[in-house]
Structure formats: C-alpha cells, structure tokens
Design a protein around this ligand. Sequence first.
Ligand SMILES: C[C@](O)(CO)[C@H](O)COP(=O)(O)OP(=O)(O)OC[C@H]1O[C@@H](n2ccc(N)nc2=O)[C@H](O)[C@@H]1O
Ligand SMILES: Nc1ncnc2c1ncn2[C@@H]1O[C@H](COP(=O)(O)OP(=O)(O)OP(=O)(O)O)[C@@H](O)[C@H]1O
Length: 297
Amino acid sequence: MPHPDAGLDVDMLTTPVTEIAYAKVNVALHVRARREDGYHALESLFVFAEDGDRLQGWASDDGAIHLTIDGPFGATLDAGPDNLVVRAARALQAYLGEQRGAAIRLTKNLPVASGIGGGSADAAAALRLLARLWIVRIDDGELMGLALDLGSDVPACVPSVTQMVMGRGERQARHAVDGLDACSMLLVNPGVGVSTAQVFAGWDRVDRGPLDGSSLGVLCAMGRNDLEAAALAIAPVIGDVLAMLAAQEDVLLARMSGSGATCFALFRSDRALAAAAQAVRRANPGWWVMETRIRSA
Ligand SMILES: C[C@](O)(CO)[C@H](O)COP(=O)(O)OP(=O)(O)OC[C@H]1O[C@@H](n2ccc(N)nc2=O)[C@H](O)[C@@H]1O
Ligand SMILES: Nc1ncnc2c1ncn2[C@@H]1O[C@H](COP(=O)(O)OP(=O)(O)OP(=O)(O)O)[C@@H](O)[C@H]1O
C-alpha cells in the first residue's frame, strides 16, 4: 500500500499497522501529598474512551523515525523530536539497541494539553504500534519503565483499561466498577489549554482523604478532582462547562478530568448523551465536544 505522504522517499516494507490512542479520563483524582521529587502522590481511577487519536505506522529499514500529523488538532502540534510519539519511538530504539525505522502518521483528534492525556495516550500507542511493527517482545516491567520515563500517565495508557493508579502514576491495578463499562460519556473542552505543571503548582496542599472506588455510587458521591480549584483559577470557563454538564438530564456525574480543562459527564443512556451533546454544541459552538463510551476492561 502506498504511503499517504507521496513526498516521503522511504522504502515501505510492510502494510500499515494501526493503533488508537484512547482518551484518558480521571473519574476521580485525589491528590494526597507533594513528594520530595516534586511530583505529587495521587490516587485516581482511570477510564478510557472508546475513541481518541489514531496512529498508523509503516516499518522501514533506514533507522529513521518520520512523523506526519494531520487531524482536527494536528496544526497545533510539532512533529519534531519533542513530540511524544517520536520520543516513544526513540526510547524503544534505544532499548532494542537497533536502528529499525518507521513512518508514523498521527491523526490528532484530541485537543492538546487538555487533561485527557492525548500526548500520553499517543506515546503509549506508539509503543504498542512499534512493538507490533518491529515484531519485538518486551518484558512488561521494562515496557512500563520506558513508559514512565515518557510521562506519569503513559504506563496506564499502555493497556488503556479501567484501573486504579497510584504514586505519580507508576503503580496501577486493574479495577472493575459495575456500571462503568460501556457507560455513555461526553467530553467537553472550552478551547483552553492548561499546563499540568502549573495546575499542580496551584494545588493548596490540603490532603482531603483517600479515594474509595468500591462502587460507581461512591465514586460519584465521594470522589473528587482535587485539581479542579487550581485549574479553575487559571481557566474560570471550566466552571461554565461543569455547570452546563451537571444541568443535563439523566447525568450520573460531571467532573473535570486530569489537570483540565476538559470535563466529562457520564449518562444513564445514549439518548441522554446525544441530547446533552446537542445542547452543549448549540449553546457553545466553539467548544470541543466528543460523544463516546467508556472502553470495556
Ligand atoms: C494530572 C494527570 O493527568 C492525572 O492523570 C497526571 O498526573 C499528569 O500526567 P502527565 O501529563 O503524564 O504528567 P508528566 O508529564 O509526568 O508531568 C508534567 C508535570 O506535572 C507535574 N506532575 C505530574 C504528575 C504528578 N503525579 N505530579 C506532578 O506534580 C509535574 O510538575 C510534572 O513536571
Ligand atoms: N503527540 C502529542 N500529543 C499531545 N501533546 C503532545 C504530544 N507530544 C508532545 N506533546 C506535549 O505534551 C504536553 C501535554 O500534552 P497532553 O495532551 O498529553 O496533556 P494533557 O491532556 O493535559 O495530559 P494529562 O491528562 O496527563 O494532564 C503538551 O504541552 C504538548 O505540547
């Protein structure tokens, strides 16, 4: 199959391999302490959407990593060495000690720096994609080490299933919760990017207690996103998003994800989801809205 970039002079040795970089959502995010290393100790229930960015890869034998980016948010992102897809590919090359190459096309559907881990999901999807493309088997522990070096959220994004995440992100445990699998979910971003480091720096350092993930009811009633206040101080429009989501019919939960500014809402039915999406789009045509479901574990 010809490569989509006609100008790219790379001898393609394989048919393309595709991976989806599933959007990450923190159903609850409790910040417990600031650690000595500057990171924060978290307890968070991660779920993943069925949708996200798309990575397509072709193997080459020239050792080069060639990234092209398209999609609705492609123009906002550089394809240079700092891109997390390129960094993931370089990390895997260094681990293998071999210079296998690849051309990767990233279709950027998720807003950048928006609390749904787009960059982290891309990095994890690149690791999965290249492991398939280069037909390599990596020990799970080694893979998670490579992933954590790329970002705190990247290890959880490797399997992209519902899990409890602790530490700065280095400890994960699969954690099924009745009612979450395939639950209708709306993601809304008001078009502002917020810096994760800046939001953590604004945390008031008050430990409001552990996360109880025993049921969806408890997660809704007792769960929190402890970064909400700090993110709201940077981007007050997040308050408008949360108010609008919470006011929708048949909403189970409306909360901010990660360090913001994306907020999510869980609904009792696909019908309620569709109605809410329509209402949000009508009232705020400039906001990014994604109708999806929670990916089953
Ligand atoms: C807020 C979350 O999205 C929740 O899922 C993550 O904890 C952030 O994960 P991430 O984007 O992969 O973050 P990283 O790229 O590792 O870190 C970006 C910056 O966020 C801050 N950071 C991140 C994670 C963490 N547990 N404590 C922190 O204080 C640090 O200042 C760090 O320099
Ligand atoms: N492929 C990529 N996609 C998105 N961002 C990337 C990518 N590569 C590098 N970055 C950089 O990483 C930073 C964080 O991006 P990302 O979209 O993962 O943030 P986020 O959604 O806020 O993450 P989190 O949910 O972990 O807080 C951005 O500032 C962006 O410039």
